[in-house]
Design a protein around this ligand. Structure first.
Ligand SMILES: [Zn+2]
Length: 165
C-alpha cells in the first residue's frame, strides 16, 4: 500500500533584524543572496564599545530604506565592470570553509612531496637506504631492529606492559 506520510523538514532561514522578513535559503535564494550581514568586533574607540561583538542581519529592502539615500549606486555590468569597487571583498569564505581549503592544500602539498620524493620522510628513507646499502623497503625493519637494540636497557618496561596485558 502506498501512503503519504507527513515529515518535518528543517530549513535554514535568516530573519531580518529590522522588519522580521524571513529569508529562506532554499525557497527564495535571491532574497537570501541579497541579505546584508553585519558581523565584526568593535575596535578601540568604537561607538559600539571597545572589543564588543556587533552582529545584525538585514533584508535588502531595509538596507535600501535606511541607507539607500547615502549609497552610491552606479549602473554597471558584473562581467565587464566599468567601476572598480573601492574596497574589494577580501574574505569570500566562511571561517569553516577557509579551514577546509587550507587543510586540503596542506594534504595536497604533502602528497606532492611524497610523489616527487621531496617529502622529508621519503628523503630520509632514501638517505638511510644508501648509507646502509639496502633497498628502501627494508629501511623500516632495520630501523626497528636498531631502535630495539638501542633501548635494550629499558627491558623492564616490556615486562611491565606484558604483565598488564
Ligand atoms: Zn528587513
Amino acid at each position: 500500500m502506498l501512503q503519504y506520510k507527513p515529515v518535518t523538514v528543517e530549513r535554514l532561514i535568516c530573519t531580518c533584524d529590522r522588519c522580521g522578513k524571513a529569508m529562506d535559503q532554499e525557497a527564495d535564494l535571491m532574497e537570501w543572496q541579497e541579505r546584508f550581514v553585519i558581523s565584526f568586533r568593535a575596535g578601540f574607540g568604537s561607538v559600539f564599545g571597545d572589543g564588543n561583538s556587533v552582529e545584525g542581519d538585514f533584508c535588502q529592502d531595509c538596507i535600501q530604506t535606511v541607507l539607500g539615500k547615502y549609497l552610491r549606486v552606479r549602473l554597471d555590468d558584473p562581467f565587464e565592470p566599468k567601476h572598480k569597487l573601492t574596497s574589494e571583498p577580501q574574505k569570500l569564505l566562511q571561517p569553516n570553509q577557509q579551514k577546509k581549503v587550507e587543510e586540503g592544500e596542506r594534504m595536497q602539498e604533502e602528497l606532492l612531496g611524497i610523489i616527487k620524493g621531496t617529502d622529508e620522510r621519503v628523503a630520509n628513507i632514501r638517505k638511510l637506504a644508501n648509507r646502509l646499502d639496502i633497498p628502501q623497503g627494508q629501511v623500516a625493519d632495520v630501523a626497528i631492529d636498531h631502535m630495539l637494540q638501542a633501548t635494550q636497557h629499558l627491558k623492564k618496561a616490556d615486562e611491565a606492559s606484558e604483565a598488564q596485558s
